[in-house]
Design a protein around this ligand. Structure first.
Ligand code: S3P
Length: 434
C-alpha cells in the first residue's frame, strides 16, 4: 500500500536514540546460523522486510528460525551442505543482498531453487553473481538479460574457483564466499578495491577457515561450524539519516547508541567531518567481531567538498543522504566515480537529481555522479521514491530544512530497512506527518 508522508521545517533535534540493527550483518547472521550445527541466538536483528525475507527463505531451505517474546531471535542450523530444496519459489522482495547471497549459498547445494523479487529487484543485474557461480558448476535459467526470476540448479559436485571481482561489490564477494562453504578445497576471491568485510568477519567468528592476504580472500570449504550467539550493532547506514538531520537542523544535539563503525562502512562519517560536521565517537568497543561506538552529532556549518572516488565503497549507500547535507553546505559538493548507484534499488543518480531539482536544489547530473550546490530547498511536486527506501528517507530529511514541506509519494518501502523511521525522527523533534 502506498504511504505518502510530508516532512516540514523542524527542530532542533534533541535526544539519545537507538536505530535498528545492521542490515548487512542481519542477513549474514541468519545465513550463518542456518549453516551452523546447534542453536544460535541473535540479539538486535533488524526486523525490516529485507531481513525477514531472508529469514523466511532460510526456513524454506530447512532451518528452524523463530523469535521469542523478549525480541531475541533463534536459528537452529542444518549444517553446511544440509540445505533442502524449497517447495515454492523464494520471493526476496526488494532485497539485492538477500537474493545475491542466497544464490551463492544454494549454487553449491544439489537443489533447485527459483528466486523472484519486486519490480525494483527484478530490474537489477544478476549476471554479476551468476557468471562466477556458474564456474562452481551451478546452472542458471532465466531471461537473457540476467534479471529475476532465475532458477538455480546447484552443482552436484562443486569445484572451487579463483575469481577476480570485476565490480567493487560485497554482495558478489559474499555470494562466492558462501558458495565456497560447501565446496571441497579452497575458493579464492580477488578483491582489488576493498568493500565491506562483514562476511569475512562473520566467517571467522563462526570458525570457518578464512584467510585474507592482501587482495586475496580464501575460504576453505566443508568445515563443520557450530552455533554462536550474535549481537548486531545498529546500522551505520540507517544512523546516517539521523546524523545528517542533526547536522543540518539548527540547534540539534543527538546521540545514537551502539552504531557499527566498521571502517569499510564509515566513509560518510569521514566525509561529513571533512565538511565541518561536529561528529564524535564515544565509548568505542568491539562486539562479536565488529567495531561499535555511540555517536554524538551537533548542528554544524558545513562546507562543500569533492568526495574522493576511492571512498565510494565505504559509503556506497550513503550518497542520497549526502546530497541532502550537500544542499545545506556552503559551496559545491562533487560526487563522482559512483556509476554503481545506477543499479541500486533505483537509479539513485537520476532519481536524486530529479527530486532535488524539483525541490529547487541546484544539482548537475553526470554519467558517474552528481554535483550539488548550496540551495534553500522547498516543496514542489511529490517526490517519487521508485521503491527505494533510501530515496524516501533522504527526502524526509531534506524536508526538515525546507521552506515549504516536501511530500514523498510512497514511504511504505522504508519498511525494508528501517521500520519506525518517521516515528523515531518525530520523537526527537522532526515534523513528519501523513
Ligand atoms: C551490501 C553491499 C552493498 C550495499 C548493500 C548491502 C551487503 O551492495 O549497497 O546495501 O550487505 O553486502 P554491493 O555489494 O552491490 O555494492
Amino acid at each position: 500500500m502506498m504511504n505518502q508522508l510530508k516532512s516540514g521545517k523542524s527542530g532542533p533535534l534533541k535526544g539519545i536514540i537507538t536505530v535498528p540493527g545492521d542490515k548487512s550483518i542481519s542477513h549474514r547472521s541468519l545465513i550463518m546460523g542456518a549453516l551452523a550445527i546447534g542453536k544460535s541466538k541473535i540479539t538486535g536483528l533488524l526486523e525490516g522486510e529485507d531481513v525477514l525475507g531472508t529469514a523466511e527463505a532460510m526456513k524454506a531451505l530447512g532451518a528452524d528460525i523463530y523469535k521469542d517474546d523478549q525480541g531475541f531471535w533463534y536459528v537452529h542450523g542444518v549444517g553446511i551442505g544440509g540445505l533442502c530444496e524449497p517447495e515454492n519459489p523464494l520471493n526476496m522482495g526488494n532485497s539485492g543482498t538477500g537474493v545475491r547471497l542466497l544464490m551463492g549459498l544454494v549454487a553449491t547445494h544439489p537443489i533447485k531453487v527459483t528466486f523472484t523479487g519486486d519490480a525494483s529487484l527484478s530490474s537489477r543485474p544478476m549476471k554479476r553473481v551468476t557468471i562466477p557461480l556458474s564456474k562452481f558448476g551451478a546452472k542458471f535459467d532465466g531471461a537473457d538479460d540476467g534479471t529475476l526470476p532465475i532458477t538455480v540448479t546447484g552443482a552436484q559436485m562443486p569445484l572451487p574457483i579463483e575469481y577476480e571481482l570485476p565490480v567493487a561489490s560485497a554482495q558478489v564477494k559474499s555470494a562466492i564466499m558462501l558458495a565456497g562453504l560447501n565446496t571441497p578445497g579452497i575458493t579464492t576471491v580477488i578483491e582489488k578495491i576493498p568493500t565491506r568485510d562483514h562476511s569475512e568477519r562473520i566467517f571467522d567468528y563462526f570458525g570457518v577457515p578464512v584467510e585474507i592476504n592482501g587482495e586475496n580472500i580464501q575460504v576453505e570449504g566443508q568445515a563443520e561450524i557450530t552455533a554462536k550467539d550474535m549481537s548486531i550493532p545498529a546500522d551505520p547506514s540507517s544512523a546516517s539519516f539521523f546524523i545528517v538531520a542533526a547536522l543540518i537542523t539548527e540547534g540539534s544535539d543527538i546521540t545514537i547508541k551502539n552504531v557499527g563503525i566498521n571502517p569499510a562502512r564509515t566513509g560518510l562519517f569521514t566525509t561529513l567531518i571533512e565538511m565541518g560536521g561536529d561528529i564524535t565517537f564515544e565509548n568505542t568497543r568491539q562486539e562479536c567481531g565488529e567495531d561499535v561506538a555511540d555517536i554524538r552529532v551537533r548542528y554544524s556549518n558545513l562546507k562543500g567538498i569533492e568526495v574522493p572516488h576511492e571512498r565510494a565503497p565505504s559509503m556506497i549507500d550513503e550518497y542520497p543522504v549526502l546530497c541532502v547535507a550537500a544542499a545545506h553546505a556552503q559551496g559545491t559538493t562533487v560526487m563522482r566515480g559512483i556509476e554503481e548507484l545506477r543499479v541500486k534499488e533505483s537509479d539513485r543518480i537520476a532519481v536524486m537529481v530529479k527530486g532535488l531539482s524539483s525541490c529547487g536544489v541546484e544539482v548537475t547530473e553526470h554519467k558517474d555522479g552528481m554535483t550539488v550546490i548550496n540551495s534553500i530547498p522547498k516543496g514542489g511536486m511529490p517526490i517519487k521514491t521508485h521503491l527505494d527506501h533510501r530515496i524516501a528517507m533522504s527526502f524526509l530529511v531534506l524536508g526538515l530544512i525546507s521552506e515549504t514541506s516536501i511530500i514523498i509519494d510512497d514511504c511504505s518501502v522504508i519498511e525494508t530497512s528501517f521500520p519506525g523511521f518517521a516515528e523515531l525522527m518525530n520523537s526527537i523533534g522532526a515534523n513528519i506527518c501523513p
